[in-house]
Write a protein that binds this ligand. Sequence first.
Ligand code: GDP
Length: 366
Amino acid sequence: MEHPENDDLYKGLKVNKGVADVPTVNPYLKKRIQRKEYTPAEFVEGILKGNITILSQAVTLVESSKYEHQQMAQEIIEKCLPHAGKSVRIGITGVPGAGKSTSIDAFGMHLIGQGRKLAVLAIDPSSERSKGSILGDKTRMEALSREKNAFIRPSPSAGSLGGVARKTRETIVLCEAAGFDTVFVETVGVGQSETAVHSMVDFFLLIQLAGTGDELQGIKRGIMEMADGIIINKADGDNLEKAKLAAAQFRNALHLFPAPESGWSPKVLTYSGYYNLGIKEIWDMVGEYMEFTQKNGYFNYKRNEQAKYWMYESINDTLRETFYHNPAVEKMLNFTEQQVLNNEISSFVAAKRMMDLFLENLSAKK
Ligand code: GDP
């Protein structure tokens, strides 16, 4: 129906066309921040030159779940691989509040003072912190974040622990190719992520606190067994004696564990990340470990074992993904699940049917 306002009788009334909103982003700016689309070869060239902007963009591709991005990321990683592997990789774990960020800031500044280039990565599948943590991580490591020889990258946020860990592992390759000679992989000391970190680093540091009176409680045995060094933070002021006592307790506890495969006896040290005390001793310990394991062959052995582990992890990931994204499987999965829930077929029969369907569908495609 015609609007009465448009009738000549209402001439005095005029309906104006709506006014378009003023754009919230300056269109010129939009144009300028549009990223240059690099080819994989340009990415690799930039990374090898140590260009941090290009490195960051490549890491974003690694983290992306888009198929095209993944394809490109894999191509870049493959070309970077021959230039990777030369860094010292250190895992750092500790419960929230143990002082990880304060310590990484202090350790990092110490290493940068020695002329090293440091990449700080994280595995945090809880995603609580990884949300918006670019800013969070920058302010968490205040001094380091201003250093041009430090590259701080928060945890990839999306996906399962396995997926997040794989992305971090691939990011290590890119950072090494970009010339970073030390890589920290940080994780929150809760849950399974330590195992993932352990599978990609040469040295595993466990940050602990003293003064709670029950130092050894609540520490998962598995985590302690993984540690090559246990460092007791906040050994300053009134807390100094307690920290020393805790160190003694940890040393005793370590005796109860079987000797590690590396032949290295894990050390326990006290330090203060905040007051910069005992930091040098920690790096001396890491250096000593490197020398020791390079001499006895464990360093290379472990790196090979890790490479093997990641090969199987990748195969498993790909298999799982191909299976669940297979159209025939996708179509039947819910139905089959329902059959199991209704007790019409057993779980095993259901699984076998789905696998058969998948394999048929795979060969039919060829
Ligand atoms: P994160 O959660 O493990 O990253 O821990 P933070 O680095 O954020 O530290 C948690 C709190 O402990 C902060 O308030 C720090 O200032 C404090 N802290 C960290 N290291 C030390 C230290 O060496 N001595 C003292 N006294 N406090 C510290």
